[in-house]
Design a protein around this ligand. Structure first.
Ligand SMILES: CCCCCCCC/C=C\CCC/C=C/C(=O)SCCNC(=O)CCNC(=O)[C@H](O)C(C)(C)COP(=O)(O)OP(=O)(O)OC[C@H]1O[C@@H](n2cnc3c(N)ncnc32)[C@H](O)[C@@H]1OP(=O)(O)O
Ligand SMILES: Cc1cc2nc3c(=O)[nH]c(=O)nc-3n(C[C@H](O)[C@H](O)[C@H](O)COP(=O)(O)OP(=O)(O)OC[C@H]3O[C@@H](n4cnc5c(N)ncnc54)[C@H](O)[C@@H]3O)c2cc1C
Length: 664
């Protein structure tokens, strides 16, 4: 029934102030107000309609993305939206496109790696979209191994230019978003060669296309790399290929904040770590963690509302059928995902703080916290995107058959989201960076250098290596100190075990290769500890609103205890908990599920998503699922006619043949 709230009973059960929880979720009252206003602005504009994406051809979809991006830019200017509002606007538009890379990587690369003069020249052009840029790093032959890139930038002192060249097929740039059909410029990563010497990979601003007619400049071959996973989905993005044939750019288009090439061709390295050339990736990895909570919360919102609407099997007394959300199996799969969405939100907030802090330190030439910032951004990007991709797929299954329908919103969400496990660094490759950092930290224990930040717990190795958990009853698992100690002991013991095994190898690099799988597991344990500890820090802080803190506590312990359950092998094999304590944790988890159950729908309402942004018939705010499923089905182009195209060519002859042979 139109206008009826089918989820009203669920909403009435809530034991907390949903409006206050919306503010906690958004991060502040101001952030909530911005999100709330901008999401409705986008939702009410027919240009941003998105339900037909799956049935569009690639060309239609791409043109539709251009149209939406142009309209968004017009609105952003007409309404004089701030940077914060513009970012929200693009995010609620919810259609991947070249603008993501322009604002998300091209502009940050110039800001992070360009000199003052370079910023003054290029940023106004980029900020006004008089030029459109992308981030061209990955090549056909190398993505993860950045130092293996083959594109060259050779300085020619006679003309004061760099010659950008793709010497092999594998050196072609391959994957950059926005490159295929739109970008006029790119930040291109290439090996810098001066006086015959290779100085490694550096960034260069390169114009690719004419600003008059958009044709590629002479010496440049560029195009789209073709269809990607899923119909619609990420195919709105023009990921591209790019080949250079001795293409010349002026010397001042090398991004020279970190190192310079003089007019004479002398390479001058500054005293900052060369890894800062990877700074844009660190920035984006940090954003991807916040983004994980958006994607997971969307899926969880859909699965939770639908699980409250959906009924299967009569209860024993033959009354109304059971809401599937009341099955303990459904809760055991769904509620940890709901808790994870909140957990990733809070760790994302903290990571943003860490990133801002390290950026300020770098500006003051303090590089001490750079390795930790790299390890945290890499590890948390990896951990949260893997969990989110798996979580979206689990939400699809939680919605049964209807979850597989495009209009559930889940297939498209999954198809768009899953490459996050690969882009900005393959998730395994990134965890290995964390593992290196951990091995280094363990090797320095006892050297007098106390570990700080997220490895501070390793400084308490003497205690953590031999302590026994003091959990005696199920409620002890609601004690933050006991939960943290179990996670710290597990993470430290796994790292130390890897370090001990490594020390048995004469050649450390060979040992590292042999132990890769164990090292990744140790890195994941460390990252999970970070997320748990940041969630605990959140619930220990000031939180306003009736019942809000209580809900967050439940979510925090569900998050921690479900991880304990999922990785029980780690906890038991490191003696961080006993089998009896693990069983008490499961008992506590069941009790927490029961406490969460009446609040489940309100907890997803707190995400404050519009039906437009959710894009799901199953996750509609009003829960009016069944009539709307019919409406959507009838909109399918196959239902434009009762008898399908092709009937006369392919169906009728078969049937006629059958009738003829039956008569014989
Ligand atoms: C407004 C924002 C919007 C954002 C919205 C988010 C959604 C975005 C949606 C879509 C966007 C998709 C766009 C995708 C773009 C891309 O994919 S761009 C390409 C990304 N490519 C990668 O991530 C490549 C991965 N590889 C690497 O990062 C590295 O090369 C490496 C694997 C880390 C290499 O390691 P290796 O040790 O071999 O390399 P070296 O160069 O020799 O480094 C040695 C030491 O340096 C340390 N290190 C490495 N990286 C960093 C870093 N980034 N910062 C600091 N330090 C670093 C490394 O640990 C070594 O340290 P050690 O000597 O002490 O051991
Ligand atoms: C949708 C999408 C958008 C992208 N956008 C951009 C962009 O805008 N700009 C850009 O420059 N790039 C972009 N990329 C490229 C992306 O950054 C790379 O694909 C990514 O970094 C992974 O590198 P790769 O493809 O070389 O994977 P590979 O490194 O070839 O990985 C293949 C397999 O090998 C494993 N592996 C690799 N090295 C190791 C190791 N040392 N130890 C153990 N296992 C290893 C990996 O775990 C993986 O299982 C994009 C990619 C995608 C999918």
């Amino acid at each position: 029934m139109e206008g009826v709230d089918h989820l009203a009973d669920e909403r009435n059960k809530a034991e907390f102030d949903v409006e206050e929880m919306k503010i906690v979720w958004a991060g502040s009252r101001h952030a909530f107000q911005v999100s709330n206003r901008i999401s409705r602005l986008v939702a009410n504009d027919p240009i941003f309609e998105k339900s037909k994406r799956a049935v569009m051809s690639r060309k239609e979809l791409f043109k539709n993305t251009l149209k939406k991006s142009a309209h968004a830019w017009k609105m952003i200017n007409e309404l004089r939206l701030s940077d914060e509002e513009s970012i929200r606007f693009r995010s609620f538009m919810d259609q991947p496109g070249f603008v993501d890379l322009h604002w998300g990587m091209f502009v940050p690369a110039i800001k992070g790696q360009g000199t003052e003069e370079q910023q003054q020249k290029w940023l106004p052009l980029a900020n006004n979209m008089q030029i459109i840029g992308c981030y061209a790093q990955t090549e056909l032959g190398h993505g993860s191994h950045v130092q293996g890139l083959e594109t060259t930038a050779t300085f020619d002192p006679q003309t004061d230019q760099f010659i950008i060249h793709s010497p092999t097929q594998t050196s072609s740039k391959w994957w950059p978003g926005g490159l295929g059909k739109v970008s006029t410029h790119a930040v291109v990563y290439a090996r810098l060669i001066t006086n015959g010497k290779d100085h490694g990979v550096h960034g260069f601003i390169v114009q690719l296309r004419s600003l008059d007619d958009h044709s590629p400049l002479p010496g440049i071959t560029v195009g789209d790399i073709g269809m990607k996973f899923g119909n619609g989905a990420y195919n709105s993005m023009d990921n591209g290929f790019l080949k250079f044939d001795h293409f010349r750019i002026p010397r001042d288009q090398m991004l020279m904040r970190l190192s310079k090439v003089t007019r004479e061709g002398k390479y001058v390295a500054s005293d900052v770590p060369r890894q800062l050339v990877y700074g844009t990736m660190v920035f984006v990895r940090q954003s991807i963690v916040s983004n994980a909570s958006n994607a997971l919360s969307r899926a969880v919102c859909i699965a939770t509302r639908y699980s409250a609407v959906r009924r299967q099997f009569a209860s024993q007394n033959g009354g109304t059928e059971t809401q599937v959300i009341d099955y303990k199996t459904q809760q055991n799969r769904l509620f940890p995902l709901l808790a994870s969405a909140y957990a990733f939100r809070f760790v994302g907030e903290w990571l943003k703080w860490l990133y801002t802090d390290v950026t300020q330190r770098l500006e003051a030439s303090d590089f001490a916290t750079l390795p930790e910032a790299h390890a945290c951004t890499a590890g948390l990007k990896s951990m949260t995107t893997s969990a989110t991709a798996d979580g979206i797929e689990e939400c699809r299954k939680l919605c049964g058959g209807h979850g597989y329908l495009w209009c559930s919103g889940l297939p498209e969400l999954f198809a768009v989201y899953v490459p996050a496990c690969t882009y900005e660094g393959d998730n395994v490759v990134l965890q290995l960076q964390v593992a290196r950092f951990l091995m280094k930290t363990v090797s320095q224990l006892g050297s007098g250098k106390a570990p700080a930040g997220t490895t501070e717990y390793m400084g308490r190795a003497q205690h953590l290596l031999k302590c026994r958990s003091s959990v005696k009853k199920a409620e002890d698992w609601l004690n933050p100190g006991m939960v943290l100690e179990a996670f710290e002991a597990r993470a430290l013991r796994m790292a130390v075990s890897c370090a001990n095994n490594l020390s048995k190898f004469e050649n450390q690099e060979q040992g590292f290769s042999e132990l890769l799988a164990d090292l990744v597991e140790a890195a994941i344990a460390h990252c999970q500890l970070i997320v748990v500890s940041k969630f605990i820090a959140k619930i220990e802080g000031e939180i306003k609103g009736k019942g809000v803190k209580n809900q967050l506590k439940n979510l925090c312990y569900i998050y921690a205890l479900h991880l304990l359950h999922k990785h029980l092998g780690d906890f038991l094999s490191t003696d961080s908990v006993t089998p009896e304590q693990a069983s008490l944790a499961s008992h506590q988890l069941r009790s927490l599920y029961s406490q969460l159950r009446p609040n489940a729908v309100a907890l997803v309402d707190a995400f404050n998503y519009t039906d437009h942004y959710l894009g799901s018939v199953l996750g509609r705010y009003d829960g009016n699922v069944y009539p709307k499923l019919f409406e959507e089905a009838l909109k399918d182009p196959l239902n434009d006619s009762v008898v399908p195209d092709g009937y006369h060519e392919y169906i009728r002859p078969l049937i006629k043949q059958h009738i003829r042979s039956a008569r014989l």
